[in-house]
Design a protein around this ligand. Sequence first.
Ligand code: AP5
Ligand code: MG
Length: 214
Amino acid sequence: MNIILIGPPGAGKGTQAKRMIDRLGVPQISTGDMFRAAVKEGTPMGLKAKECMDKGALVPDEIVIGVVKERFQKPDAKKGFVLDGFPRTIEQAKALDALLTGMGTKLDHVVVIEVPDDFLVERLTGRRTCKTCGYMHHVKFDAPKTEGVCDKCSGDLYLRDDDKEATIRDRLTTYHGQTSPLIEYYGKAGIVRKVDGTKSMEDVQGAIKKAIGA
Ligand code: AP5
Ligand code: MG
């Protein structure tokens, strides 16, 4: 099954992707995670990405499309995917359409996780991500048993560089300007499934399961 998750920063794309990939037997492909890994490695692409991420802006389309093209070459992507954070512009969506046509496949569902902006600053300033396994805790909504330590793998938890209030506001502006038009783009294809992302993590997963029938 080929699925895209769309939603503003903090909507729960990563949280929900991690809860569905085992059930669906497909990988989570997160361009944000791929860029953070490149930043950590200090590659030239990582340096360019960091410049954009720190400003709450998008990484240029040609870089993102190249990274996704390469990721699709890996054998696990042949089984399908949950795309988390890609596409984010109409240009990226068109490139994805072409890529999938070339692979002889197509999108099944575009799940839009709807959360009003008011919720998102609290979600993101309270997020604590694991350095080792990438699990996202939250100081209030999914607090680790021991402060600063991941429940899943005992790794260290950290606050992402772009989870500062000023950068969060810029990311929200970027989302509303450049990414939300995708909802209409995919709406025309009749594959958009909207879910209420303000509910509990379990309820959101339940709504996604119902919406995609799997
Ligand atoms: P990316 O990493 O994709 O960040 P984002 O889209 O801003 O989204 P987040 O990861 O911040 O939020 P999320 O929706 O995954 O929420 P989460 O599940 O963690 O991108 C980062 C940057 O990389 C971009 O700004 C851009 O610069 C660049 N980039 C990436 N892809 C790109 C692309 N395609 N093109 C160009 N540039 C690109 O949840 C958040 C918190 O809330 C967690 O703590 C979680 O525990 C909690 N939570 C989740 N769900 C609930 C719930 N239902 N109730 C209560 N708490 C909840
Ligand atoms: Mg995420």
